[in-house]
Design a protein around this ligand. Sequence first.
Ligand code: GTP
Ligand code: MG
Length: 232
Amino acid sequence: MVTIRTDGGEVCVEPRVAVVGVGGAGCNAAGRFYDGLMPVDVIAVNTDRAALERTHADVRIFICRDVTKGIGTRGDASLGRKCARVHTEEIRDALRGHDVAVIVAGMGGGTGSGAASVVAEIAQGLNMVTMAIAIRPLTLEGRGVAAGEGLRALRSVCPGTVAVENDKMVEQFPDMTIQQAFDAVNDGIVRYVMKKTDDIAEAFAEEIGKVRPSEPNVGEGAAGTVSAKMAV
Ligand SMILES: Nc1nc2c(ncn2[C@@H]2O[C@H](COP(=O)(O)OP(=O)(O)OP(=O)(O)O)[C@@H](O)[C@H]2O)c(=O)[nH]1
Ligand SMILES: [Mg+2]
């Protein structure tokens, strides 16, 4: 939280942040925010029912029981996209009331690659400051082409999407198991997001400081008022 002084007194600025995990990797990474140091709401979106049930989240959105039979898309990004579109209203309802959306998804599978850009579109439609983090698969998984397509789709909606390389962790710490490397990448994402959301809170505070205190929108919901003016 950032506290700023205006002519009329103090204004506390605490943007409401939703971390949205999309697909298996995205939900694993987003789950790390649950009960963590950051006051965020965790929203988990997946086509895989069992994985979704294991995810630590405030809201779980199971997309497309009828289409995927609840077992994921098996790498089909067009299916992932379709499932997210069918559940647009549920996703929008979960996002509503937040100022910032942080979308996290693994690339190369079908759910994250296909559905993350749909979630980003919905968040932008609500005028939220929208940031996205795309986890690139390990080279040895042979999913590079699908991952590249997923990343392009996400960047076409959210140009500032940050790509995180699972390969980097494995190269740096060759003794780690793949699971340990994934967990370490997920923890790195939490640290990165903490830093970025602090920056966003400061930017909100600065924007609000420029608004005269007598203006009706300063105070509760003030972060939402300025979010539409900001880009990440
Ligand atoms: N950093 C990190 N990477 C992961 C994790 N789990 C999976 N991955 C990576 O993410 C890539 C995409 O996989 P998933 O997220 O499981 O795929 P999905 O989006 O669920 O898609 P489908 O299961 O095909 O519907 C994988 O190829 C892995 O490289 C995780 O917990 N952390
Ligand atoms: Mg999956």
